[in-house]
Ligand binder design. Structure first.
Ligand code: PMP
Length: 431
């Protein structure tokens, strides 16, 4: 049976042939992945791509990092899931997270970022006795109902409820207020009108689910001020920014400390583990504490092999110049792309931070609002990324998606990327 037939077999037993919505790329032949290594992956045709998609962000150290993988193998060899009590490694990971992330006094482990944001919202509603949650257009916080709306919205859906799924009760949709990111006035107005009913504000402090929209000066502080004044909970969803931009997350860069923080992805270089942490008084209301009312559970929470992965990953992020390396390459890529686009006479807004980059096909400075992003020429954005694939460079060909560099990428990869970009841009223009 050829590997190519796997994509056909997949379609008959797996809805859409993939196990997560955005792994199926419209207009692209289904990829069957056979191996990953360092900065690359290989498909069933034997083609090896330099990978800037990086599975939406976890493998900051590169695929199959030998130190993380060795830690997982070692843990798996002597302990697996027991479902009672705690391990020393869980305690040490919690201590590490509390020491690294400014807002974190206590921490609970989950398997995914969605679970972490789910629990953050539940505990906020429980602690405040309030109903409403505020999220921002363009932010993604996972698949659960309270936040399943207004991520990448068509222009005509901006400014109204835009669910990403059917099957969500209207009363749940009604309990989330969607506001424009970076619009302090809109936040103040929402609090003036609904403040007494707002349980939480949840935000990606840097909007990476639409590429890279940085918070404008003062915006996150306004969220802090308004939530404090109204007695609401401020949640930074640092599932992408955590560890990737700094060991202490974006909050350690911007100096605004939320009440709760969710992390995941780069915490364990690709192994499924995430966490929710924050103020001890809020965290202590979870049912993991005796007699406390906010239900918290998960069969796989704190799985020894995943905890080992996280500890090995954090150790490496601390002990090796990972951030220095990926930040330098990210900077070279962003300035290189600006040159490539300007040489080709194609308007571009190259955005990013640290290891993250994205070239929007639009003129003007880096975007600050979702409305700015609507100017991105999606057809060119996708055409360029599909052309990059012909040069064996993989940046996910879906509109507004960000790209990542890892510790396994080198200066030679950057040269290869910029050369391929030059050619891909020409091809995208001509097609
Ligand atoms: N929050 C953010 C900011 C994310 O980007 C994601 C995943 N892309 C999630 C939460 C959900 O994480 P998971 O896919 O692990 O459930």
């Amino acid at each position: 049976m050829s590997l190519d037939s796997i994509s056909h077999r997949a379609l008959s037993v797996i809805p859409g042939g993939v196990n997560s919505g955005q792994r199926r790329v419209p207009g692209l032949e289904q990829l069957v992945i056979t191996a990953t290594r360092g900065a690359t992956f290989t498909d069933s045709r034997g083609d090896t791509y330099t990978d800037y998609h990086a599975a939406f962000g976890p493998p900051l150290l590169g695929h199959n990092d030998p130190d993380v993988d060795a830690a997982v193998a070692e843990a798996a060899a002597h302990i697996d899931l027991m479902g009672v009590g705690v391990t020393q490694a869980e305690v040490e990971l919690a201590e590490d997270l509390a020491a690294l992330i400014p807002s974190v006094e206590k921490v609970l482990l989950t398997s995914t970022g969605s679970e972490a944001t789910f629990h953050a919202l539940r505990v906020s509603r429980a602690a405040t006795g309030r109903r409403l949650v505020v999220k921002f257009q363009g932010c993604y916080h996972g698949w659960h109902d309270s936040v399943s709306m207004n991520v990448i919205s068509a222009p005509e859906r901006v400014g109204r409820v835009d669910p990403i799924s059917t099957g969500i009760l209207p009363e749940v949709l009604d309990a989330t207020l969607v506001l424009p990111f970076n619009d302090s006035g809109a936040v103040r107005r929402a609090f003036a009108e609904h403040g007494a009913d707002i349980a939480a504000v949840i935000v990606e402090p840097v909007q990476h689910n639409v590429g890279c929209v940085l918070p404008v000066d003062g915006f996150l502080q306004v969220l802090r001020d308004e939530t404090t004044r109204a007695g609401a909970v401020l949640i930074f969803d640092e599932v992408i920014t955590g560890f990737r931009h700094a060991l202490g997350g974006w909050q350690s860069i911007c100096g605004v400390t939320p009440d709760l923080t969710t992390v995941g992805k780069a915490i364990a270089n690709g192994y499924p583990i995430a966490a929710i942490g924050g103020r001890a008084d809020l965290m202590d209301t979870f049912s993991s504490a005796p007699g406390r009312p906010v239900f918290f559970a998960g069969t796989y929470n704190g799985h020894p092999a995943m905890v080992a992965a996280a500890r090995a990953c954090l150790r490496k992020l601390r002990n090796e110049p990972v951030h220095e390396h990926v930040f330098a390459l990210g900077e070279q890529i962003r300035s290189g792309l600006e040159e490539v686009f300007s040489e080709a006479g194609v308007p571009a807004s190259v955005a990013g931070y640290g290891s993250v980059f994205v070239a929007y096909f639009m003129d003007g400075p880096a975007p600050q609002t979702y409305t700015d992003l609507l100017r991105n020429d999606a057809a060119m954005f996708l055409g360029y990324r599909r052309a990059l694939m012909r040069h064996r460079i993989f940046e996910l060909p879906l509109n507004l998606k960000r790209s990542h560099v890892s510790y396994a990428h080198t200066a030679a990869h950057v040269d290869e990327l910029l050369m391929a970009s030059r050619a891909a841009l020409r091809e995208a223009i001509e097609s």
